[in-house]
Design a protein around this ligand. Structure first.
Ligand code: GLN
Ligand code: ZN
Length: 774
């Protein structure tokens, strides 16, 4: 039973969160200036406070209420999970020296958890649900002592209050926090962070009391952990945790009203559990999830209908969203509208784009436009559909125009995709390919190669930027890039690598480069979204049917091959990764879009082959990350994702060798899919995981080549010859020598030359030592 002091009027419209990096990446710049020592903590705090105030003002201008708790207080200097770690005092043991006597951590200490210091490795980082945002992984053990160690969220609420706003503080909910945690290093085997729930809850209770005292009417607790089935905790334990947490927090007498948000999918069996507790409002993701059935208790909650897609950039079907929100009234008389997720995943403002092609801009809604959409729908809920009929009609007209706009549907592309048969997805038998490739390539045992990029020096970036600005002409650009390629080829020959690459100097980014060269994509000027910490990416917008107007990489590869007698490996990004790191169209299944991208890449690969390139690598580092959160969706996803890779790569002769690269080593449920890619060589991370994955992949009787990524490029450290030899020996203990390739575990573009050359030299020295013993 909610206590009498709990206010329960939820605003008619809200958003779950707003981008925090700033319209011009002001926060990124200030944080990086702080790291470099150019500004002090007070200066950084001033920039952050300014951004928070701008956000509040902006949200009111866009139609949210100033004093009705509709503005979420969702700022973070780096990451919201890190904020929670710090708020509940769960600082891992190796960082305790950063903690002051009163238990607090200053800003420098906060960033140290994220970035590491000396021997102290940073917290691990991993993907936030099925988004491209990365959070820091809490480390929880029996030794973790929870305490309310930071009141930053309270201070930010008071800062807003002093400026005349009544905002809604946002916290990561306790269940999700523990579900996302890993056991600390010292924890006994089998330890589950969720077992610490009872100790964590008093800290949340104390924080809620502080917020109530400060004047907060509502608090938002984000619980996306409840929608995901890809978390290694038995579902029954998760549901029991929900019942106990929200049972307990609900019974507190001094607290704000509780709004539990469940973005990224449907709550399924967690909904009745939550509905049976005393929380006042429940947020439903009705973009990714579907309208639930009525369950006991639900009619007494405010249901916050997440009908505006927080995860993608389309203006979409506003009337449909309105109808969905209306239909929620069948479940509860109290309904509000919101975004399906935080707007963290989309850029700030379409109006900041000046060079989008055609009428693309009118089909889009970035964060600010989505806030406007929420405000419109909220008005409709309050005043009736007629009050917003004009806005609904405008959105419908834009959507209709989008459907019939040139380029959205291309007859040639569609005809080709429709005519595909099974044969287009399969290459010849592996045994035949193997012997044809052995004859064509004549490689030594344990062939050595790299993953594609070489260090991107300041010179390279400058040349690309000058070309983009038009200050250097196309032929000068080409000759400068060719000079770079010559250097990289000479270096690889000197080091003694067997399969060479051109080094990718012409690519700003492995996805954007292809997006810029394919029909159906647009790139933005200011469309930055936070990837992690101060890192932002500018995803391309895949808006139309995809086709390749002209060969993209062929000239660069052919030039490179002309410089050396060794085989040069062509380098492409795979269809799944191109989709995963772009904003994708929402008007057809992803698998259909993937097929179009695959066909464009297939043409590129066939052209590379015809031009004399004998090896082509198709990178798919995003294969694992696009895996849906619900198990029922896995089979369909794996079918189209693996299919699109196969379609892209099956157009070549047996003698042409196809490689793929996956940055990571924890394949989990996608391991069979990786075998099904049927790449002749699959390169994976193997240095940090000490080769375990190599054994795992081979355990299924996989007889294709495996590129063991033995040099960890994620650190500037130069691995020793001994260390690399040991790793290779480990590989050879579990896989036949015929299958083993030797390579770094990812591209070298973020490394410096000095450590790169030394590391590659050591990699070759280790390979030679091991070869001698074969
Ligand atoms: N070929 C790309 C490179 O070497 C691969 C990058 C990646 O896997 N993330 O940079
Ligand atoms: Zn990689």
């Amino acid at each position: 039973m909610p206590s009498a002091s709990v206010s329960s009027t939820f605003p008619a419209g809200t958003i779950l969160g707003y981008p925090r990096i700033g319209r011009r990446r002001e926060l990124k710049k200030a944080v990086e200036a702080f790291w470099s020592g150019a500004i002090d903590a007070a200066a950084l705090e001033a920039v952050a406070a300014g951004l928070r105030q701008q956000t509040r003002d902006r949200l009111v201008d866009l139609g949210l209420g100033r004093t009705d708790s509709s503005i979420p207080e969702s700022f973070s200097y780096y990451d919201q999970v890190l904020d929670t770690i710090v708020a509940v005092g769960a600082i891992p043991g190796r960082f305790t020296s950063l903690v002051a006597a009163d238990g607090t951590l200053d800003l420098a200490g906060y960033f140290t958890l994220a970035r590491g210091e000396g021997e102290n490795l940073p917290l691990e980082m991993t993907k936030w649900f099925d988004s491209n945002y990365h959070y820091l992984v809490p480390e929880i053990g029996p030794e973790t002592v929870f305490s309310l160690a930071s009141d930053r969220i309270v201070r930010e609420f008071l800062e807003a209050k002093a400026a005349g706003f009544l905002t809604r503080p946002v916290l990561v909910g306790p269940v999700t926090f523990l579900l996302l945690s890993k056991a600390s290093d010292g924890a006994p085997a089998g330890f589950s962070p969720l077992s610490r729930l009872d100790d964590l809850l008093p800290v949340y209770a104390a924080l809620l009391a502080r917020l109530k005292d400060a004047g907060a009417d509502w608090v938002q607790l984000d619980e996306p952990g409840l929608v995901s089935e890809s978390i290694d905790v038995p579902r029954a334990e998760t549901l029991a945790a929900v019942a106990s947490v929200y049972g307990l927090l609900g019974r507190l007498t001094v607290r704000p009203a509780l709004f539990v948000a469940a973005p990224y999918g449907s709550l399924d069996d967690a909904l009745p559990v939550l509905a049976a507790t005393a929380v006042e409002a429940i947020g439903l993701d009705l973009v990714r999830g579907t309208l639930p059935q009525a369950v006991p208790g639900l009619a007494g909650k405010t249901l916050v209908a997440g009908v505006i897609d927080g995860h993608n950039i389309w203006r979409g079907d506003l009337a449909g969203a309105y109808e969905t929100a209306e239909s929620v009234r069948g479940l509860s008389p109290s309904v509000a509208v919101s975004t399906s997720t935080s707007l963290l995943h989309v850029p700030h403002d379409v109006l900041d784009e000046t060079s989008l092609p055609g009428s693309l801009a009118s089909w889009l809604a970035f964060a600010d436009q989505k806030v406007g959409q929420v405000a419109t729908l909220a008005q409709g809920l309050v005043k009736g559909r007629a009050a917003i009929a004009g806005s609904l009609a405008d959105a419908a007209a834009a959507l209709a125009a989008r459907h019939s706009a040139p380029g959205v549907r291309d007859g040639v592309v569609r005809h080709r995709a429709a005519a595909l048969t099974d044969a287009d997805f399969s290459r010849g038998a592996y045994a035949d390919r193997l012997s044809a490739q052995d004859t064509a390539l004549q490689l030594p045992p344990l062939p050595t190669t790299t993953i594609g990029s070489f260090p991107q020096t300041g010179d390279i970036r400058r040349t690309r930027a000058q070309f983009l600005k038009g200050t250097i002409a196309a032929d000068e650009y080409r000759s400068l890039m060719r000079a770079e390629i010559r250097r990289v080829v000479a270096l690889q020959e000197e080091i003694g690598l067997d399969v060479l690459v051109h080094g990718e100097p012409e690519r700003n980014d492995m996805v954007q480069y292809f997006a810029e060269n394919l029909d159906g994509f647009a790139v933005t000027e200011n469309g930055w979204v936070q990837s992690y910490g101060s890192r932002c990416t500018r995803p391309s917008i895949l808006w139309g049917d995809v086709a390749r107007p002209a060969p993209i990489t062929v000239d660069w590869s052919v030039y490179t091959q002309s410089l050396t007698a060794k085989p040069v490996k062509g380098m492409l990004t795979g269809p799944v990764t191109i989709l995963a790191w772009s904003f994708v169209r929402d008007d057809q299944p992803l698998g259909e879009t993937a097929r179009q991208v695959a066909l464009a890449l297939r043409d590129e690969i066939v052209d590379l082959e015809a031009a004399g390139i004998k090896i082509v690598q198709v990178d798919e580092p995003a294969l694992r990350e696009l895996l849906p959160l619900k198990k029922k969706d896995h089979a369909d996803y794996l079918d189209w994702s693996v299919g699109s890779f196969r379609l892209a790569t099956a157009g070549v002769a047996d003698a042409t060798q196809i490689h793929t690269h996956l940055c990571y080593s924890e394949f989990g449920v996608v391991i069979e899919a990786i075998r099904n890619l049927d790449a002749d060589v699959t390169s994976i991370e193997a240095a940090r995981s000490r080769m375990e994955v190599v054994q795992e992949i081979e355990a299924g009787g996989f007889d294709h080549g495996i590129g063991a990524g033995i040099y960890d490029i994620h650190s500037p450290r130069v691995p020793s010859i001994e260390e690399l030899t040991t790793l290779l020996d480990t590989a050879l203990e579990s896989i036949p020598e015929r299958q083993v390739w030797v390579n770094p575990d990812c591209g070298l573009k973020t490394r410096g030359y000095e450590e790169t050359v030394q590391s590659l030299q050591n990699m070759l020295a280790a390979t030679r030592l091991v070869r001698e013993r074969l």
